[in-house]
Design a protein around this ligand. Structure first.
Ligand code: HEM
Length: 395
């Protein structure tokens, strides 16, 4: 028996979970939390194997611990679906999410990044996340969707206030409902206008694509499904990238030799992106429910057990990565699970990687050095993403 304790809601554990995760990997590879009624897998191999075994580890009951249901849901969002519905949707959206469409965004992403970073040059202090890292991803998703440039800043402001949470307050107040109505009203009209007048953009491509149904017939996506997809992209692609950039800024401050190496050799940046993802996963916990009883490492997880796959812990597993706690932008990384693994592997992975690379390149060109003002940093505490909300720096 071990007395290790882990839950994803504990602020103290969340601020530095690595020693707890290490004890779980070593002493409790099938960890059980009675209070919140879940199991957790923390070793790289177990997280990877469970991610691949979607028949046993289902996403259809929800993947966020506190939102899991007792019956499989019928979500329009593929992240909460199993085969065959997941397969149908994923096949369809992957076509619209083509490498061509993603690579076309490179120039635009660089322009947006430069537009936020240039005005910061010459200042002695700024907030890397509030002034840059949290703004960039919302603009990128708008560009991906094909939202006209003149509307993107408004979308960003609305999305920002949707994501904003006062400590201890829920989001059900009137102002929040108004912003949500504005944002979804905008996207509702946007989808209608693309129905009437298709363009060369992702939403128009999704409208014309057809889902192959099991009986051999085909159908097109309805407006409500398109809106759910927009919601999924903004939910999955904004906070994660912002948290990633917070980790980038703080890790490179703590490891100035690694930062200097990237300044001297920018071709190392793509590998640095993988190392940052491995070292501090922005989305460290993926929930599943078991569809049958399973035995693992001598423990039994019952049918309908809630299981947390700790992708954040898997990245520090010494069984997979030599000297796993050493941050090294030149490390050879064959694989990691920070973007998920298998069926639900991050749909936006190539976009996220490109966005991360450009953000780091454009930052280091302008700011080869900085100093984080640690006592003014702020963290976000949610059960889905982990990282910083504010990272004030002195340059
Ligand atoms: C550094 C940034 C990102 C991280 C760390 C990240 C992480 C992840 C992870 C761990 C999953 C798997 C979830 C699971 O297994 O249940 C996932 C899925 C997904 N991600 Fe990302 N993501 C990032 C950026 C993005 C972006 C930019 C987009 C879209 C523009 C995106 C869209 C999605 C979608 C749609 C899924 C669901 C895929 C499916 O269910 O088949 N992500 N992501």
């Amino acid at each position: 028996m071990t007395d290790v304790y882990y839950d994803p809601y504990d602020y103290d554990i969340d601020s530095d979970p690595h020693s707890v995760w290490k004890r779980m990997r070593d002493d409790a590879p099938v960890y059980r939390n009675e209070k919140f009624d879940f199991y957790a897998l923390s070793r790289f191999h177990d997280v990877m194997t469970a991610s691949l075994d979607t028949k046993t580890f289902s996403s259809a009951y929800g993947t966020v611990l506190e939102l899991m249901t007792d019956e499989p849901g019928d979500s329009p969002m593929m992240i909460f679906l199993d085969a065959p519905k997941h397969t149908q949707l994923r096949k369809l959206v992957s076509r619209a999410f083509s490498p061509r469409r993603i690579s076309q965004l490179e120039t635009n992403i660089r322009k947006v990044a430069a537009g936020y970073l240039d005005p910061l040059v010459g200042r002695s202090e700024f907030d890397y996340l509030q002034d840059f890292g949290a703004k960039l991803p919302v603009m990128v998703i708008s560009a991906l969707l094909g939202v006209p440039e003149e509307d993107r800043e408004q979308i960003r402001v609305w999305t920002d206030s949707m994501l904003h949470r006062e400590e201890g307050k829920t989001n059900t107040d009137r102002a929040h409902a108004d912003v949500s109505a504005n944002l979804w009203g905008y996207f509702g009209r946007y989808v209608e206008s693309r129905r009437r007048n298709p363009q060369d953009d992702m939403i128009s491509a999704l409208m014309s694509a057809e889902i192959d149904l099991p009986d051999g017939s085909k159908r097109r996506l309805e407006n409500v499904e398109l809106l759910a997809f927009i919601g999924l992209l903004s939910g999955a692609g904004n906070e994660t990238v912002a948290r990633f950039l917070g980790w980038t800024c703080t890790l490179l401050d703590r490891h100035p030799d690694q930062r200097a190496a990237l300044v001297a050799e920018p071709s190392l940046i793509p590998n640095a992106v993988e190392e940052i993802l491995r070292y501090e996963a922005p989305s460290p916990v993926q929930g599943r429910r078991t569809t049958c009883e399973i035995e693992l490492h001598g423990s039994v997880i019952p049918k309908a057990g809630k299981v947390l796959l700790l992708t954040g812990s898997a990245g520090r597993d010494e069984r997979e990565y030599p000297e796993a706690d050493r941050f090294d932008v030149t490390r050879a990384i064959d694989r990691h699970v920070a973007l998920g693994y298998g069926t639900h592997f991050c749909l936006g992975a190539s976009l996220a990687r490109m966005e991360a690379r450009i953000a780091i390149e454009e930052t280091l060109i302008r700011f080869p050095e900085w100093e984080v003002r640690w006592d003014e940093t702020e963290r976000v505490h949610t059960s889905t993403v982990r990282g910083y909300h504010r990272v004030p720096v002195r340059v």
